[in-house]
Design a protein around this ligand. Sequence first.
Ligand code: ADP
Ligand code: ZN
Length: 739
Amino acid sequence: MARIARVVPEVSLDRAFDYEIPKALTAQVTLGAKVRVPFRSRELVGYVVDFPNEPFEGKLKPITEVLGSGSFLPASLIELAQWIAQYYCAPLTVALMSVLPKAVRKADAAFKQRLWVEPLTAVLNEEVAVVLKKAKAQRAAWDYIQQNGPGWLAELSQASGLSAATWKGLAERNLVSIASRTQDRDPFLHSPVVESVAHEMNAEQITALAMVREEIAAEKPRVVLLHGVTGSGKTEVYLQAIDHILSLGKSALVLVPEIALTPQTVERFRARFIGRKVGVAVLHSHLSSGERHDQWQHIRSGHARIVIGARSAVFAPLENLGIIVVDEEHEHSYKQEEAPHYHARDVAVMRGHLARVAVVLGSATPSLESYHHAKEGKYRLAEVLARVEEGQMPTTHILDIRTAAKKGSPPVLVAPRLIEAIQLRLDRQEQSIIFLNRRGYSSSLQCPQCGHVEMCPNCSVALTFHRQAAKLRCHLCDHSASVPHACPQCGFAPYKYTGSGTEKVEQALVEAFPKARIARMDSDNMKGKDAYAKTLGEFAEGRIDLLVGTQMIAKGLHFPRVTCVGIINADLALQIPDFRASERVFQLLMQVSGRSGRGQLPGEVFVQTRVPFHPAIQFARHHDYTGFAEQELEFRQSLHYPPYERFILVTARGRNEEKTIFVIEQLAREMERLKLPDTEITGPSPAPIARIEDRYRFQIFLRTRRITAVTPRLRPLFMDRAWPDDIRITLDVDPVDLL
Ligand code: ADP
Ligand code: ZN
């Protein structure tokens, strides 16, 4: 009887297929092997996920070829992909494909091979020297390599101005060797770091580390939620925990949100462990495909034992894992917005659970989900509530923007108190950060006469005015239009801009402080990662006084000379129809104010708002996370919201409104018929943003207390199902984006 391998091929189907293992390949077809298999009329790459034992009658097609060597995909990741497919109600192939980066999935994925030239001797004997007198170019090449050392053939030829043929001539005389070699595509090639040493920790840090070490040693480790205010030295706790892991001979995985935007974090890890001679790998979206392949392979081969990365790095193929750290665990960027819609923090917790590895979730403002688990005793809670070295939390002032203007004059963009505060920093040569949650010049273009607002033709949102480009732009689909001179509805001219964006605030500040050095950072003017690093570098060196920006500047930055932070429109996000709106505003205020007063100089924060007594604003003012969390949890419980109950969001999108409604109504009826336990189904109804990119959007909401009982029952309604025409259906378990 032939042995059988169960293979998941790279097609979007929810199943695996069985193949015969040819005798010649028996040794190579291991669990996780990457193989080529016949599939219908073509051949596909696939992965071996199982070896079924049932005897098989009839004839199976054989595996054609084994790609790469050994078990390509670790068994632990196959298990994790299976969990994702099940929990997030996604096809197994889709889950497996998200576990493996495209850069390593390609059939021809490989290290880059190039020709390397190296001298074979340091001295020329006389006989050869005589010969080289005539071969002048070869002599020059010889001298060149003696002086400059070995290198890549292409680069040596270019730098020396001597042709490849000349170098090959030298090789024929056995003076140099030219051989194929792997060139590592190393993202750190041009960013050396200086080794750093551990800080002596304070009492709270020591307690937190001790708790983490207890869980590292535990048979069945529990998750540790590390709640530490901004600047309390959470990263130091991670670093020392990892140091301990390395001395146990194990490896560590660190997740950070949007890594390309937090180069400082990566540098801190590299700097601390550079002396330990263990490889540090990074995985994030700004790597080239080649770099990603090489980093992944270094991790897989055990060469890199510390991995730092964004969301998808939760699937780093580390073996012998000792700890998983999820920094800023409350961040929404951990949620994958495409299928399988996984949340990297939750996957990290599951990975830790399956592998019995300690997991540390860290945040200044833990998600209510995690905090709830800690309060229920499912997680352990470690708190670091003082800033290091007696650093003080900044003083927060709430500025009621409704009363900030003088009687009878229009509302102000930047309150006089904030202007004064910035002026004081300019005088003292300190720095300020002004934060607001919206790019562009003004939020929308509204006719003061008839109230007409210019809308995006493809999406149900208003267009945003961008002054520099003199265009109206849609922030959802990137549609752009020129600015009409008069209202298209009533003919009134000129139009009036309402709301405020980064550009408008920047301009107001330039007018208020003509001599100050002001820079703006938002996704409009920071397209490349270099632009971002450059501006931050200038700010760090004190060549910029005042930084204006969006979310982009809210996170993780550490600038000791920043003593004033202004938040222009704190309450904007409170208007978003999302049950987490309040939590988001609170987190944002805490994050942004955490940028102030991180050094020896005391910091101040100014929050401009129209709702000064909103709990999110008041609790943030007092830096009272616990107070906020307790109140918000009570509210969530009374309304049956997460974390007390779970949501599943089903969305239908289509160009034809009626057809889309027809399909989602049909689906809703099928769901009702399932009579799901402890589950409430609402909808279908139009999504809060009813149209995006010319597609109508309708939603069904499921709310349940028994998520793991519900998803397996829903599964058959969604798997391998063909929807009519261009209608797209998505199912999102634990959705973060409800719009
Ligand atoms: P968090 O991650 O909680 O915001 P960090 O780990 O970034 O805080 O710490 C803030 C700063 O304090 C960093 O520059 C860090 O090197 C330093 N630091 C951390 N722990 C200590 C300590 N025990 N003593 C002195 N400085 C510390
Ligand atoms: Zn649009």
